[in-house]
Design a protein around this ligand. Structure first.
Ligand SMILES: N[C@@H](CCC(=O)N[C@@H](CS)C(=O)NCC(=O)O)C(=O)O
Length: 218
């Protein structure tokens, strides 16, 4: 199996990058500088016509969409046990959460960060206000799910839902209400940020923000 990940530090590629590190599978990481507009380079657009990251080239075929890539990797590496097996008790909750994060929270994040460029700048404040409400509702929902002191979102073990949720929670760090301020979410975030694979991910992506104080190496 061969993997080439096109990523940008801290972007939607982060969850996929984390999962590849956690699984300890060989892969090549290629930087796409989205601040410099490299996602619009013709060579990159041939791999990903939407001009976004991530792209994961899987055995020579370019694949997209962070949540789909996480689910695909879980399917291709069942031994890593990063998704409940089909037919298992936790499968439905995992599917529900993956789709909720990808279908409700991730688009609200896109609206928050890209309101001025994806739509009419004149309406951007209204778009951001709605996005903020949706993001905070998602934090309420995740916080309620974690209120029983569970360590992971689904089934008592680390799963793709945690990679996706933590990436999205990280994006709230400069929003009016950062996710770390919710009581149960805050505990969950601190626990997952302590995972060696998350620390390694931040080191490889050269990210210094949003790390536990005692993990900061940079
Ligand atoms: N739904 C896509 C969203 C990808 C996305 O919006 N990526 C952003 C970075 S977080 C991007 O590539 N932005 C560059 C641009 O839109 O020009 C996914 O989950 O993979």
């Amino acid at each position: 199996m061969s993997y080439v990940l096109y990523y940008s530090p801290g972007a939607a590629s982060m969850a996929v990058h984390w999962m590849l590190i956690e699984m300890r599978v060989p892969f090549e990481a290629r930087l796409v500088d989205i601040d410099a507009g490299q996602q619009h380079d013709p060579d990159y657009l041939r791999l990903n016509p939407s001009g976004r990251v991530p792209t994961l080239v899987v055995d020579g075929s370019p694949r997209h969409e962070s949540a789909a890539l996480l689910m695909l990797l879980a399917e291709r590496h069942p031994d890593a046990a990063l998704a409940p097996a089909p037919g298992s008790t936790d499968r439905a909750a995992w599917l529900e959460l993956m789709i909720y994060l990808a279908n409700t929270l991730l688009p609200a994040m896109r609206d928050w960060f890209y309101a001025d460029s994806d739509g009419d700048p004149a309406g951007a404040d209204a778009v951001r206000a709605l996005a903020q409400r949706r993001i905070e509702q998602a934090c309420d929902r995740l916080d309620a799910r974690l209120a029983d002191d569970r360590r992971y979102l689904v089934g008592g073990t680390l799963s793709t839902a945690d990679f996706l949720a933590i990436m999205l929670m990280r994006w709230t760090r400069n929003m009016p209400r950062p996710a770390i301020g919710w009581p149960h979410l805050g505990r969950y975030i601190r626990a997952l940020r302590a995972l060696p694979s998350f620390i390694e991910l931040n080191t490889r992506e050269q990210l210094t923000e949003w790390r536990n104080d005692d993990d900061r190496r940079a």
